[in-house]
Design a protein around this ligand. Structure first.
Ligand code: C2E
Ligand code: CA
Ligand code: CA
Length: 915
């Protein structure tokens, strides 16, 4: 109430309504009531006066009647007197009830009497004419007593008969009819002759108002100058006025009540009207403060409630529009900033869902390939989809809502949305193609203006998308070289910084290859700029194709940089790796380039700088690589050069090794040794493994673990591999000729060999050359490479298997393949790696692994060979686990072919136990 009254006071409307009420209701009531009171008063007084007048008249007439009676009696007496013999016989008070109090007979001739009388009668008393026969007139003496006067003629003497009416007879009972009123009689001289008793004192009050009076003239027509008496009556104030006062009081009370009722009703009305207005104005204030959520609550059941509801829906709409405006502004702002597709996706999923009040948003963004889309959904992980043109067209329904059933979505799309949902979907176009599709999902069909909002949202997003695309193009222009399409020096600078940071974390080494085309200027001069451009484009393409773990940038006219992160960390490894890369780059460029039917030959000089060995700083690395490139040019072009001395010498050393290897291959510096494989069932040799050795002219025997990686790194493995197979086949033929019953010769096959498409052909050729068969050999392939690369070369292996060659997995256990993964590959044997065998007698884990591996392999139909068995304890375990065969120093080191032949009949078990 307090709040309400304060708001009442504040409200001008309330005050105005109240004033209006006062003017239109209170004032008339008051005017009316006062007029009515006045009217009633005057009516009342008029009534009263009339009544008084009537009383006065009655009183007067009654008096007149009595006077007439007196006059008649007086006339009788006069006649008696005149007829009497002697005047002296005239008797005064003779009646029993005397009408007259005093009787005087005055002789007109007897002056004394008259004189005596004159003292009693006023001087202007006119004697009535004697003998006129008229009854006497009325005369009032000094005591204000009326007298009846008659002239008596007795004989010759004239007399005046004066009769004073008895007071009681004249006045008594006159006012009995109108008790409570006061009657007064005045003569013409306004002398009071009589006044009746009154129960009130008319003099004390305001006579005119409270005590109304009335007068009546009583004509006593005896003489020509008629005396006129006046009857005056004063009202019965108490009795009559009381009812008037009562009426007035009641009237005032009713007026007051009416006024109060009026005020009450007006307040109620004002309150009823003020409250909704107050609520509405509060609501408007909230809207002004941008609070759209809170609704106005008016339950008046009239137009105000209608107004409130309209206001609420307007407020909701306005809120939505404001929110939309905010979101759209947000989008526009993002467009102005650097916007990338990821931001837009984020925006659509979060803002869009809120803005469109959707249960879920699905946003399809077109990929690089036609009709491929990545679907980002507020509900699940992004998925890649291919969507046909037909389906795309069917998704375009701006400004409309469709049920999922209506749309008949293909299964890959219908999986995204819930059944029975409603969908808004619109395609965003760019240059005529669908660049994205926005799909908003609803459980209940949304309102029309939401759909309109969705349309404008889609428009904004479309602009944002094309803008982002434009940004991308700008970025590309700024960061990519127009001629070759390669990233330019700016992007290179960026990437180098990032790569350095990454290397710092991963401890990897980073190599910078600065590649400069030799004699580019002269090519340009000789063949023209178009040819130069063509050459650069071709070189760029070839370099980029070689990137592998690196990326190629065009940093100047004919200058390229390859940024490459090394796999190895040791300097030797880095040298081999980077040397190989540089060699590849060089070789690629050397291939002739076709230009308008001519062949252009070119070469490059390459400078290499290594992070962090050469420098920690990006600019220095580039500078150093550049310097190294100049040195390569100075050394005669078409070569590569390391910046740092230490790498240079390593490379020289490495180069030496490579040169030596080539020499070794050509000069027959390799030999094969053979290590027996002992069958644990028989205790005899079941075959052997060929193991290569390099008989270096200066360094003596070099282990394959040392030179095989070099051979592989320098692409010499295929040559060497062929040499091994051919040598083994040749040996087999020799043993056959010598009558040595040697089992299969196991040959280690590098993955480089198998990848070569001519592998099968080569093998077949050597078999043919030495008249060997498939079952003379076993090929050992390292687990990891075999499993990973199998599919690319399986045809050759299956062909070989058909010939009778068996395949074994070498170093089993060092990779990560489970046995079951090997199940579908052409494999006959697994060779358990030496690292497991080493600990088999001491470490329970190793022994458990070996035991279960053997069991599992056997269950799969594979035979098992254990490698590197050195002790009888290890052998005992392997026997216990029923391993098929073993290989190791316990029985024999790798030995020459001749030495091996002598072991053919050895019973190794006896020998082993005898050790
Ligand atoms: P691998 O195929 O696992 O060969 C077994 C290696 O273990 C051989 O070393 C062998 O001498 C050694 N070894 C055998 N028994 C024992 C033992 O009881 N104790 C110890 N400590 N070692 C034992 P090697 O001959 O030095 O060969 C090393 C690796 O070089 C081979 O491992 C194989 O991967 C590779 N390799 C050898 N010859 C060739 C070849 O002709 N071609 C190819 N591609 N690789 C070969
Ligand atoms: Ca082997
Ligand atoms: Ca092995």
């Amino acid at each position: 109430m307090g709040q309400w009254s304060s708001s009442f006071l504040r409200s001008r409307l309330a005050r105005r309504t109240f004033m209006l009420f006062v003017v239109s209701a209170l004032v008339p009531i008051l005017i009316f009531s006062s007029l009515a009171t006045q009217q009633v008063d005057s009516l009342f007084y008029a009534q009263q006066r009339k009544e008084l007048q009537r009383s006065a008249k009655n009183f007067g007439l009654l008096l007149y009647e009595r006077i007439s009676l007196l006059r008649k009696d007086a006339e009788n007496r006069r006649r008696q007197l005149e007829s009497q013999v002697s005047i002296g016989d005239f008797r005064l008070q003779d009646e029993q009830q005397p009408l007259f109090a005093r009787v005087e007979l005055i002789s007109l001739s007897d002056g004394l009497r008259l004189q005596q009388l004159e003292r009693q009668f006023p001087v202007d008393f006119v004697l009535p004419a004697a003998g006129s026969g008229e009854p006497g007139g009325l005369w009032v003496d000094v005591d204000r007593q009326p007298w009846l006067v008659s002239r008596v003629q007795h004989r010759a003497n004239g007399y005046l008969l004066l009769l004073q009416p008895a007071h009681d007879f004249l006045w008594d009972g006159l006012s009995d009819y109108d008790l409570g009123k006061q009657f007064s009689i005045y003569n013409e001289q306004r002398q009071l002759l009589f006044q009746s008793e009154a129960e009130f004192d008319p003099e004390l009050d305001d006579v005119d108002q409270a005590w109304p009076r009335s007068r009546w003239n009583l004509l006593l027509s005896f003489f020509t100058d008629e005396p006129v008496w006046e009857v005056e009556v004063v009202g019965p104030a108490a009795a009559s006025l009381l009812s008037l006062t009562e009426f007035q009081q009641l009237f005032r009370l009713i007026t007051l009540l009416a006024v109060l009722l009026g005020i009450f009703v007006s307040l109620i009305t004002i309150r009823r009207n003020l409250q909704p207005i107050e609520a509405l104005s509060q609501g408007i204030k909230r809207i002004n403060d941008n609070q759209f959520g809170e609704l106005v609550e008016i339950k008046s059941g009239d137009e105000f409630e209608l107004l409130g509801n309209t206001f609420n829906s307007m407020s909701v709409k306005l809120g939505r529009h404001m929110e939309a405006l905010r979101s759209l502004t947000n989008i526009d702002q993002l467009i102005l900033n650097r916007l990338v597709i990821e931001d837009i996706v984020q925006l659509v999923l979060s803002e869009g869902r809120q803005l469109l009040e959707a249960d879920a948003i699905h946003f399809f963004v077109a990929g690089d390939e036609r009709l491929t889309f990545t679907v980002f959904s507020s509900r699940r992980q992004p998925v890649e989809l291919t969507i046909s043109d037909f389906v795309l067209a069917s998704l375009h329904h701006p400004g409309r809502i469709n049920s999922v059933e209506e749309l008949r979505l293909p299964p890959e799309l219908s999986r995204l949305v819930t059944d029975n949902a409603f969908l808004y979907s619109a395609n965003l176009l760019k240059e005529g193609a669908v660049s994205a599709v926005l799909m908003a999902e609803y459980q209940q069909a949304p309102s029309e203006d939401l759909l309109a909002l969705a349309d404008s949202f889609v428009d904004h997003i479309a602009v944002a998308l094309s803008h982002a695309d434009w940004q991308k193009r700008l970025f590309h222009q700024a960061n990519y070289d127009a001629l070759t399409g390669l990233p330019n020096r700016y992007l290179f600078a960026d990437h180098l910084t990032v790569a350095i940071e990454q290397s710092l974390k991963s401890q990897q080494k980073l190599a910078l290859f600065f590649v400069d085309v030799d004699e580019f200027k002269s090519i340009n001069d000789a063949f023209g700029h178009a040819a130069g451009d063509q050459l650069l484009r071709q070189i760029a393409g070839r370099l980029a194709g070689l990137g592998g773990q690196g990326r190629v940038y065009r940093v100047g006219g004919d200058e390229f940089v390859l940024l490459y992160s090394c796999t190895g960390v040791e300097r030797q490894q880095v040298v081999i790796e980077t040397g190989e890369v540089a060699e590849c780059l060089r070789a690629e460029v050397m291939r002739p380039i076709q230009y308008e039917g001519k062949q252009l030959a070119s070469s490059v000089s390459i400078g290499i700088a290594i992070y962090p060995d050469d420098s920690f700083f990006a600019e220095k690395l580039l500078k150093f690589a550049d310097q190294a490139m100049y040195q390569a040019k100075a050394l005669g072009r078409n070569r590569y050069q390391y910046y740092s001395e230490i790498y240079r010498s390593s490379a020289t050393e490495h180069g030496q090794v490579v040169a030596d290897l080539r020499q070794a291959l050509a000069g027959d510096e390799f030999i094969l040794l053979y290590q027996p494989k002992v069958d644990l069932l028989t205790g005899r040799m079941k075959g052997c493994e060929a193991l290569i050795r390099w008989l270096h002219p200066k360094r003596g025997i070099i282990s394959p673990t040392e030179f095989i990686p070099l051979v592989e790194a320098h692409g010499l493995m295929e040559d060497l591999g062929r040499w091994v197979i051919r040598t083994a086949a040749k040996q087999k033929a020799e043993w056959r000729a010598e009558g040595v019953a040697m089992g299969r010769i196991a040959i280690n096959i590098s993955i480089h060999q198998i990848r070569n498409v001519s592998f099968y052909k080569d093998v077949l050729a050597y078999f043919g050359e030495f008249d060997c068969r498939g079952d003379d050999f076993e090929f050992e392939v390292i687990e990891t490479s075999y499993v990973d690369d199998f599919h690319s070369f399986k045809d050759q292996l299956i062909e070989l298997q058909k010939l009778g060659v068996i395949f074994s997995i070498d170093d089993y256990g060092t990779g990560y393949s489970s046995l079951s993964r090997l199940l579908n590959l052409p494999i006959d044997t697994i060779k358990i790696d030496k690292s497991f065998v080493d600990n088999i007698a001491t470490d329970p884990v190793s022994s458990a692994i070996v035991e279960s591996t053997i069991n599992l392999a056997k269950a799969m139909g594979l035979s098992v060979v254990a490698e590197g068995v050195e002790t009888p304890e290890q052998l005992a375990r392997l026997l216990q686990y029923k391993c098929d065969a073993v290989q190791g120093f316990l029985f024999s080191r790798p030995v020459s072919a001749a030495a091996l032949a002598s072991l053919v009949d050895t019973h190794f078990m006896d020998a082993a136990y005898s050790i």
